[in-house]
Design a protein around this ligand. Structure first.
Ligand SMILES: CC(=O)N[C@H]1[C@@H](OP(=O)(O)OP(=O)(O)OC[C@H]2O[C@@H](n3ccc(=O)[nH]c3=O)[C@H](O)[C@@H]2O)O[C@H](CO)[C@@H](O)[C@@H]1O[C@H](C)C(=O)N[C@@H](C)C(=O)N[C@H](CCC(=O)O)C(=O)O
Ligand SMILES: Nc1ncnc2c1ncn2[C@@H]1O[C@H](COP(=O)(O)OP(=O)(O)OP(=O)(O)O)[C@@H](O)[C@H]1O
Ligand SMILES: N[C@H](CCC[C@H](N)C(=O)O)C(=O)O
Ligand SMILES: [Mg+2]
Length: 491
């Protein structure tokens, strides 16, 4: 593709450069190949302009930069200026790859995105469509599963992925829109049919300057990204949901509201039934009773958002609602991973925010006729403020809390644990995560329930800058297996 066409009418490219043939795009100088456009972006840690010389040495034909960035390049390298280079990069990547599944929907909110995109994919599959989902647990589609480095990939990787899905015959894709992804314009080139909002609570205040900033990042999906005529599905059971709906309404988006306070899909009845829940949903003037085979009260709201999003994107309401009775939970989302020898269930969950931990523990309480035990920690190099609040949630809902490590990254793990324990001083502190899980599991009696929270599907523990293989699933299964063996030997 030629440089002029790549940037389109909104970004002027000097005539002398317009016909320059472009081989690819990269925002990281280390990914630049001959003939590439290098986008020199200002980031949190560095200014991409510092790496222009590296990009040129790697063969960059053009540099995309801020209006005011000081860029020094040889005469044969083009310089393209943009007021918002991140957005320009995203839109250029969309033109470069040139194809996306017919229907792409995006889901934002603090909690529930991974679950919702997975549910949307499953509902579409039940309708016989070629569907895929992409986000924290990777890409899942007709060609199998593959991991992703980020919940919302950088714009070049995201456009490459959408093109690949289109090539594989995927017509319907559901993707997670993280607040980082929205703030950094990673989704700006995506042609969206509909967007959804789950909920908002504290997270990522290390990155976003304030709670308002965090809300505004999520609101970008409805204020700016969804094109005119697109649809929005909003869970109305929170004040933030109502504000988001107002924003969508003002934009003239076709609104599908869901939840106990929703209109399109209203939850009018709910009861827990074994490892599932029975929902009564009012839709299009009639009531549907469905059994949702998932643990966790909050999964009802995720299921409603998913069905609402499918409807918002043009799917029939009846099938969307009926398909809920076959949904499978996303990996590591309140997943029942093992039963101990004492017949105590062990759940693995991804709760890594105060609200999520609160919800996960409350969801499991009814299953504990004995004690509710939780093993959890908080991630390093992330929002410090959420740590004591997570401790508080554990102290409030669990009978026994074991505070351990969860990706300490470059921080001192003991210092993180101290911050968590500030509000759960009675917790037991065991830094080594495997040991913490072992201690918790070995103490379980019949009637007890264990929640291992924070890592969900993750397959590594990041200590410093190294990631050591680690999986809560494997540790739990391994320990349960050992108990079974002991049982078999000793009777
Ligand atoms: C805070 C954040 O989101 N950072 C992401 C962002 O970095 P940045 O733009 O601030 O980059 P920077 O490190 O300051 O460097 C500036 C620029 O110089 C470039 N560079 C840097 C070094 C070099 O040698 N050459 C070079 O060209 C970088 O590629 C970058 O373009 O863009 C980078 C390139 O795409 C990402 O790798 C990086 O993700 C970091 C590693 C990260 O941890 N991000 C997490 C927090 C994240 O994005 N999480 C959300 C999910 C969160 C959730 O909802 O729970 C996600 O969507 O995954
Ligand atoms: N609707 C919800 N309301 C509150 N908590 C929820 C909800 N859905 C999920 N959770 C909790 O949040 C955790 C993360 O859920 P999920 O992975 O679906 O969300 P996410 O938005 O994708 O999170 P992330 O941004 O970290 O990828 C779950 O493991 C569960 O504990
Ligand atoms: N997307 C989230 C995931 C957190 C998961 C938890 N295990 C941690 O490392 O804090 C983040 O990057 O903040
Ligand atoms: Mg996610």
């Amino acid at each position: 593709m030629r440089l002029g066409a790549l940037f389109g009418p909104e970004i002027p490219v000097k005539a002398a450069w317009a016909d320059c043939e472009i081989a690819g795009l990269a925002a990281d100088s280390r990914a630049v190949r001959p003939g590439f456009v290098f986008a020199a972006l200002r980031g949190v840690k560095a200014d991409g302009a510092r790496f222009v010389a590296d990009a040129v040495a790697a063969g960059a034909s053009a540099v995309l930069a801020d209006e005011d960035a000081a860029i020094d390049v040889p005469e044969n390298v083009a310089v393209v200026r943009a007021g918002n280079p991140r957005r320009a990069l995203a839109r250029a990547a969309a033109r470069f790859y040139g194809r996306q599944p017919e229907v792409v929907v995006a889901v934002t909110g603090t909690n529930g995105k991974t679950s919702v995109v997975s549910f949307v994919r499953q509902i579409w599959e039940a309708m016989g469509l070629m569907a895929a989902s992409a986000g924290t647990v990777g890409v899942v589609g007709p060609c199998g599963e593959r991991p992703l480095a980020h919940t919302t990939p950088d714009p070049v990787a995201l456009q490459a992925l959408l093109a690949e899905l289109d090539d594989e015959g995927v017509t319907h894709a559901a993707i997670e829109a993280s607040s980082h992804g929205l703030a950094q314009c990673r989704l700006d080139g995506v042609r969206l049919t509909a967007g959804a909002f789950t909920n908002l609570s504290r997270d990522h205040l290390d990155y976003h300057a304030s709670a308002k900033d965090y809300f505004d990042a999520k609101a970008r999906l409805f204020r700016e990204l969804l094109p005119e005529g697109a649809a929005a599905c909003i869970n109305m059971d929170s004040e933030d949901g109502k504000r988001m709906a107002e924003i969508a309404r003002e934009r003239g988006l076709a609104l599908t509201t869901v939840g106990r306070h929703g209109t399109a899909l209203r939850l009018t009845g709910w009861s827990r039934e074994g490892l599932g829940q029975r929902l009564v949903i009012a839709a299009e003037g009639s009531e549907h009773e469905v059994f949702l085979p998932l643990v966790g009260d909050f999964q009802a709201s995720n299921a409603l958002v998913a069905a609402g999003l499918v409807i918002a994107a043009g799917g029939p309401a009846g099938i969307a609602v009926r398909s809920l009775d076959r949904l499978k939970g996303a990996s590591g989302r309140l997943e029942l991973v093992a039963m101990t020898g004492a017949q105590a269930p062990v759940f693995v969950d991804y709760a890594h925010t105060p609200d999520a931990l609160d919800n996960a523990l409350r969801a499991l309480r009814p299953y504990a006729s004995g004690r509710l035990v939780v093993v959890f920690g908080a991630g390093g190099d992330r929002d410090h403020g959420k740590r004591p609040l997570m401790g508080e949630a554990a102290a409030r809902h669990a009978d026994l809390a074991i505070v351990t490590d969860d990706n300490p990254r470059t921080e001192d793990p003991a210092a993180i644990r101290r911050e968590v324990m500030a509000r759960c001083p009675d917790a037991v502190e065991i830094g080594d995560r495997a040991e913490a899980i072992e201690r918790a599991m070995s103490g379980l009696r019949q009637g007890d329930v264990l929640l291992v929270a924070g890592k969900g599907h993750e397959r590594g523990q990041t200590v410093g800058t190294r990631t050591i293989p680690f999986s809560d699933h494997e540790v739990v299964r391994g320990l349960a297996g050992r108990e079974d063996e002991r049982e078999a030997i000793h009777g």
